[in-house]
Write a protein that binds this ligand. Sequence first.
Ligand SMILES: [Zn+2]
Length: 297
Amino acid sequence: MASKIMGFMSLIERLINRVGDTIVHIKILTAILALLSSTSVWASWSAVPGPTTGAPQVYGTYNAGCLAGADVLPPQGRGYQVMRLSRNRHYGHPQLIALVQHLGEYADARSVRLLVGDLTQARGGPMPYGHASHQNGLDVDIWFTLLTQHERLPPAAIEERSMRSVVDRARGQVITEHWHPLFTDLLRHTALIPEVERIFVNPVIKQKLCHTQGEQDWLGKLRPWWGHDGHFHVRLACPPDSPECQPQAPPPPGSGCDEDLASWIQDQRRPPPPTTTPRPRRVPELPAACEHIRTLP
Ligand SMILES: [Zn+2]
């Protein structure tokens, strides 16, 4: 790998020498070095051999953190099946694993099976693609798709089946045929679990629940966010025995069924701006303890 990079660098160097402009030279080399080093940071977290042993500890934030002593979520269990197993993101704090298994039991008791999306890498940390959060073992995605209780997806479908949106963004409405009444019960049940701090859903989904459920306090845990129309994202609060876990401010009191929610929906109905050059991803600044955790055998 190193020799390939060196070969690549010298090729670039020869090309730049021909241009002969020192400033361009430095700028291009810096950009290439930044890209190479950041790619390797993400890759290094996805390539860890497995969770560390010992007591679970959460470090840092949801967007810049890591996790020691993670548990693994078995690929399937009562009432659930894990999707995209090849990504190797079905690890989490034991509380998160217990939460998913609990929601599976809730689904199983209602004769359905949940599809579970990403949790966290074996030691958390930034991921090469997909999420900015999900870094410290406290986030999980659950699809807005239900299987029947005894249905199981074959390995190919686990990798390839795509998420189905339950939202018509242009109309600002939930697609009735894609919405199962159990989604409402499942979201309410999840929001009422004390350790659950937030659930991210598309603003249209929250608005539907505001209309059908009324001004309920549990709706305050449902936070409107872009996307989140084919899955919902459950976030646990920092566990009390993880002092290095950096909490997020709790959601404001009340249901959040307000003008702010309406403005999210309006914004979403506008056509997206013309595509601009994507900004390079920034490598998050992780707590110092994370580098130690990442490199443990
Ligand atoms: Zn998520």
